[in-house]
Design a protein around this ligand. Structure first.
Ligand code: ATP
Ligand code: MG
Length: 658
């Protein structure tokens, strides 16, 4: 059945519906994680398209990651609003610059965009005579990113950095020299960086009325997801696109601001109703994503936030039925932690959870390797988010070449899927034999994802209006892939997602593993100021709220190479600190004391279930749960749980001690 405007309103609650049907003009949706912000804006666009209020090609929707943009496009197409531009700021800017580059650059094409600043930062540091080890180089790169995203020119850096309270990696005047040398090195190499993409687009629109007219005639309705993380140059670009018009929808959650180190600020979100006094403001508080246990833990973690954003905290109420309590576990070291996570992933997959519904999230990319190894050993497919972009992968490029060649060689009458699978024989790919984990498996999964696209692909009819020929179908499929490649619209690749917490925002999985939760990693070692620490707390909040059902938090007690013991992250509930190995020692039972003190709630100290049977209450645990837990830890655990979970009368989480 064809999608209808009425249909688009079904499956939304009243608040979401208010957002979807709000009149044209400024609209701001302020809401916590998992409350359906992204769903609401997607449905709003579709609703406006289907009622004929707006034309899809006039809408520009900006999201934060390429994956989120791809998901939004898929969603819009399914809702009957294909053709809407849903992109990241960078992809949208790139597309516009590419189009206007010949006009702006005297016939030249847009220069290549740097994917990593590292090499040029090295050169710049040398030229500026700043000695830079690798950690410092990263700080220099971050600082330049901050300055450029904040529209701060090299000469303005010292004043601007002081005003923003930046913890400058080198003395401000040295920073000026590095920044200048970096810009010079970039120019000499004939390349531009990601920040330039945005800055040049701003320049193109602000300084060229003909460009401005054309861009503004094309885009008339704007939507920005994850608006809490917009930085000054993005904000300026948005203003340039709008050109004084106000058909703008923004959505965000101040508690999920995790990019302020690069100049992002929730102030734009918070100040929106003041900037547009006539704006419609909608608040959503019902969480549809996660079980109440996950929601309780998320509320607990963000409930301890300090500083300005704490005021804006939105308590979530879970809408889903209870699921398993989240668990907090510790392991002797990271290798053991990774092996346990991989084993649990294998179990989930064996139990029917698709691997693509599982994610392992970490604070720093360096943590990925241990999990890649462990998942390989456990023969679980995985994909590393943010590694080579899908269409840049060598095997995908090779497949495109093979498919192109096959358009000339395909036997008439060959079904499309068969033709594609045959053509991929040129890459050594075989449909039925995924290699065990690791890089080979990743390559296999990428090609499998290409083949899966056939299922949703409808080639245009042949000349006589009937079935297209095999060659035409293959040519059309190749054209579809080329279109997707240009739009960076990668298909979903199967496998457990390994991603940084930053890359995970906006996304969700049935099962989420948050790993390496120790001091020095989360919060990361270089987080020093209070603001930086608060940002780390929000990162954990973002991580927790990615889980629909199963949430596992874990931390290693020591580094793999021995060394000093590690402490669990300060953001974890206080009882976790006591979660040291306690195996083998018989513990006295103390449930009665705990019950007296807390009054009402007795929870199984092992699995966290509320105990209703008198015998279980006396025992302090379900009769089939194991029985050794440190008594002091037990008391703290019970009292903490009672505090957070009493409202919903559910266990918030379980700490494992061995
Ligand atoms: P985040 O802050 O993490 O970006 P969000 O507010 O954008 O979260 P969505 O991703 O839009 O939330 O929605 C979270 C999940 O809840 C999705 O799976 C979505 O389909 C589902 N959902 C949202 N609203 C409803 C609803 N009214 N009924 C059922 N499911 C819903
Ligand atoms: Mg969202």
């Amino acid at each position: 059945t064809a999608p209808t405007a009425e249909g688009v309103l079904a499956g939304l609650d009243d608040d979401q519906r208010a957002a979807v049907t709000a009149p044209a003009g400024p609209l701001c949706i302020l809401a916590g994680a998992g409350t359906g912000k992204t769903r609401a804006i997607t449905h709003r666009i579709a609703h406006r398209v289907l009622t004929g209020e707006v034309r899809p090609q006039h809408v520009l929707a900006v999201t934060f990651t390429a994956r989120a943009a791809g998901e939004m496009r898929d969603r819009l197409r399914a809702l009957g609003a294909g053709g809407v531009q849903a992109r990241t700021f960078h992809a949208a800017a790139m597309r516009q610059l590419r189009f206007f580059a010949p006009r702006l650059l005297g016939g030249r094409e847009l220069p290549e965009v740097l994917t990593s600043k590292a090499r040029l930062i090295n050169q710049a540091a040398a030229a500026a005579r700043v000695r830079a080890e690798s950690a410092l180089r990263r700080d220099l790169a971050t600082e330049i990113e901050w300055a450029k995203s904040s529209l701060v020119e090299p000469a303005e850096y010292p004043v601007a950095a002081a005003r923003a309270g930046r913890d400058t990696p080198v003395a401000p005047d040295s920073m000026v020299r590095v920044y200048q040398a970096y810009e010079q090195a970039k120019q000499d190499a004939g390349v531009i960086d990601f920040e330039d993409l945005l800055r040049f687009t701003v320049w193109a629109i602000e300084e060229h009325p003909d460009v401005a007219d054309q861009v503004r005639a094309q885009y008339r309705h704007f939507v920005v997801d994850e608006y809490q993380d917009v930085n000054p140059v993005q904000q300026r670009l948005l203003a340039a696109w709008l050109g004084g018009r106000d058909d703008l929808t923004v959505v965000g959650d101040a508690s999920q601001t995790i990019y302020s180190f690069t100049g992002a600020s929730a102030d734009h979100l918070i100040g929106f109703p003041r900037r547009y006094p006539g704006a419609t403001v909608v608040r959503l508080t019902r969480d549809y994503r996660s079980t109440p246990q996950v929601v309780a833990l998320a509320n607990q973690i963000i409930g301890q936030a300090r500083g300005a954003q704490a005021r804006l905290r939105l308590q979530l109420t879970g809408q889903r039925k209870p699921g398993p309590a989240p668990t907090i576990r510790s392991f002797p070291d990271e290798t053991a932690e990774a092996a346990a996570v991989a084993a649990r992933c294998a179990e989930l997959v064996a139990g029917g959870t698709p691997s693509s519904e599982i994610a392992v999230l970490f604070r720093t990319n360096a943590q990925s390797a241990a999990y890649e190894d462990a998942l390989t050993d456990a023969n679980v497919p995985y994909q590393v988010q943010g590694s080579a972009r899908f269409f840049d992968r060598p095997e995908v490029r090779q497949a495109m070449v093979a498919l192109r060649a096959a358009t000339r060689a395909v036997e008439p009458g060959t079904p499309l899927r068969v033709a594609i699978v045959d053509a991929l024989a040129a890459t050594g790919w075989s449909a039925d034999s995924p290699p065990p984990g690791g890089a080979g498996r990743e390559r296999w999964e990428a090609l499998a994802a290409l083949v899966r696209l056939v299922a949703d692909f409808r080639p245009p009819p042949g000349e006589d209006g009937g079935e297209p020929t095999a060659a035409d179908a293959l040519t059309a499929f190749h054209a579809e892939l080329t279109r997707r490649a240009a739009a960076q619209h990668a298909p979903a690749v199967d496998g457990v997602t390994l991603a940084s917490l930053h890359a995970a925002k906006g996304l969700e999985w049935d099962a989420v593993f948050l790993v390496g939760l120790v001091e020095g990693t989360l919060p990361v070692g270089f987080a020093r100021t209070d603001d930086q620490i608060e940002e780390e707390r929000r990162l954990l909040y973002v991580g927790i709220t990615r889980a629909r059902e199963q949430l596992w938090l874990s931390w290693p007690q020591a580094r793999a190479d021995g060394g000093r013991p590690r402490r669990p992250s300060r953001f974890l509930p206080a009882s976790t600190a006591g979660a040291v190995p306690s195996a083998g020692v018989a513990r006295p039972e103390r449930p009665a004391a705990a019950r007296r003190r807390r009054g009402t709630l007795v929870l199984c100290r092992i699995c966290g279930a509320t105990l209703s049977e008198a015998t279980d209450r006396k025992l302090g645990r379900c009769s089939d749960c194991p029985s050794d837990l440190d008594p002091e830890l037990y008391d703290r655990l019970v009292s903490w749980r009672a505090d957070v979970a009493a409202q919903q009368r559910i266990p918030a989480y379980v700490v494992f001690t061995d």
